[in-house]
Design a protein around this ligand. Structure first.
Ligand code: FES
Length: 511
């Protein structure tokens, strides 16, 4: 990194992905999958293997959404902790959670092997260590809960096998996994097309309607359409549901820094601490073969802070304190995590919709495994096969345990307060003149609240600051140059174009 602004991700698209196709005419399919991230692509792959005709649509590139912003830990070690999941979902629920995440890692391994995908997949052990101030009892409670959940090989050890870092006592989760997420999706894309699937990028879906036949409309005014017997909406945050899932989960930004380290100076493993937000750590290698130590954490609620530099600095400071070996900072990026109040993703029928419209959302920081679980579960549901995980992941489930109700109330009070605060809050700046080039600010003009962006040439671009999902006021994110909604996580580019749902349409133009 040669400056202190902006972000650079370690993951870059691979040249090996098949050439993408622009959608130029209406399509028909058995299943239309909206979203070409891990959940959509795994679902499309498994349905294609089952003989279904599949069309995949994405308004960006394959894996260009949150899959490009993950650190790709593949694990059944869930950050919501099994002793808490037991309280929320019962012992059976915790067992099913452990089983489904373990099975997701197995599924990825199987696909990598059968499709010969060169994505640097490897089995590695994962280590959960104590955050500063936390006590050994946390590990002991989690160990017992892991065993009750069926993770019999988890054990407590004195420290992780890494000379450069004294972890102290930690739980070992043997045979977890890691890979390069975009190389993996490149391999899935080839296999989907080989099996007769069609993938269209640059296709912005604006609506999903219909009963026996689902019509997926693309582009302004729905100029083009895909007609299908079923539709899977895997857009990270669902664009087909206005309320039900959005009030049961909260969007957070999480931050990642990649440090140069000497090649092969660190063993290949996954590390997490027990903090909240927690630190998550793995290694990879740079294009030139040097090692990269990847450290993430410092999450905040989307749109409710604009201090990414401080958060990157905090990660850097923490890393340099614990890993003396950490060298130059090479990468910094941020991603969005959707935290469901009860810790489990929502995968299944879209609430209040036709039974043949399905969603996957609520990655809970385990997007790679939750996305793969979605592929397995939705393929079963679409083929009318029973699956033991259906109830645990049902998007219509109530979140009734005491702790999930408490979390749910806390998040929704936060949204209500933010909504009220933003509508009475004065402008970010006194006048447009105070907005520097390449930056944005919210300004009141009479009764209007505007999102004003000044481009590098000095020209001003004004949009309504009201998020097109449910009208919360967006906030400027100076590091990622985006307008972020503090309520349910919609994000827009500086000109108001949608980057993340649930909003489907861009910020409105103003006179
Ligand atoms: Fe719901 Fe903006 S994302 S109001």
């Amino acid at each position: 990194m040669d400056d202190d602004k902006g972000t650079v991700s370690l993951w870059t698209a691979t040249d090996e992905t098949p050439a993408r196709r622009q959608l130029t005419r209406d399509q028909k399919a058995d299943v239309c999958v909206v979203g070409a991230g891990i959940a959509g692509m795994t679902t499309a792959y498994l349905l294609g293997k089952a003989g279904k005709k599949v069309v995949v649509l994405d308004d960006g590139e394959i894996g260009g959404g949150e899959t490009a912003h993950t650190t790709a830990h593949l694990t059944a070690a869930l950050d919501d902790r099994y002793y808490r999941l037991e309280r929320m979902h019962g012992e059976l629920g915790a067992r099913l959670a452990a089983e489904s995440h373990s099975e997701a890692v197995n599924q990825i391994e199987t696909i990598v092997r059968e499709e010969s995908i060169e994505c640097d997949f490897e089995r590695v052990d994962g280590y959960l260590f104590l955050a500063e101030g936390d006590v050994r009892d946390t590990l002991e409670r989690e160990l017992e809960a892991c065993h009750r959940a069926g993770l019999a090989d988890v054990r407590l050890v004195g420290r992780a096998p890494i000379a450069a870092f004294d972890s102290g006592p930690c739980l070992v989760f043997p045979r977890q996994g890691q890979f390069h997420p975009l190389k993996y999706l490149g391999g899935l894309a080839k296999a989907i097309e080989r099996d007769g699937g069609r993938i269209f990028t640059g296709a912005h879906v604006t609506s999903v309607t219909g009963k026996r036949v689902i019509t997926v409309a693309i582009g302004d005014g729905g100029k083009m359409k895909v007609k299908a017997k079923a539709c899977v909406v895997a857009t990270n945050s669902p664009i087909t549901d206005m309320y039900v899932t959005h009030v049961k989960q909260a969007p957070y930004r999480t931050f990642v820094v990649g440090f140069r380290v000497p090649a092969d100076s660190l063993p290949h493993l996954l590390l997490w601490d027990t903090g909240d937000p927690y630190h998550y750590i793995r290694t990879y290698r740079d294009l030139d073969g040097a090692g990269v130590l990847i450290v993430g954490g410092e999450d905040h609620k989307t749109g409710q802070a604009d201090d990414a530099e401080t958060r990157f600095d905090a990660i850097e400071q923490w890393t340099r304190t614990h890993f003396r070996i950490a060298g130059e900072t090479r990468y910094r990026w941020s991603g969005q995590v959707l935290e469901p109040a009860d810790g489990m993703a929502m995968i299944g029928h879209n609430p209040g919709d036709n039974p043949n419209v399905y969603i996957c959302t609520g990655d809970s920081g385990n997007g790679m495994t939750h996305g793969t679980i979605a592929g397995i579960l939705l393929t079963d549901l679409i083929q009318k096969r029973s699956n033991p995980w259906t109830t645990l992941y049902d998007p219509n489930r109530g979140m009734v345990s005491r702790s999930s109700v408490k979390d749910l109330a806390k998040e929704n009070i936060n949204v209500a307060l933010q909504y009220a605060k933003d509508y009475v809050h004065p402008s970010d700046v006194g006048s447009e003149d105070e907005i520097p080039s390449g930056s944005g600010a919210v300004i009141r003009e009479g009764r209007q609240i505007l999102a004003v962006f000044r481009d590098e040439a000095g020209a001003l671009h004004k949009r309504s600051a009201k998020c097109t999902h449910l009208k919360c006021i967006v906030h400027w994110n100076s590091t990622e140059s985006s307008w972020d909604c503090p309520c349910h996580g919609s994000r827009f580019d500086p000109m108001g174009k949608v980057l993340n749902g649930p909003a489907v349409t861009g910020l409105e133009e103003v006179e």
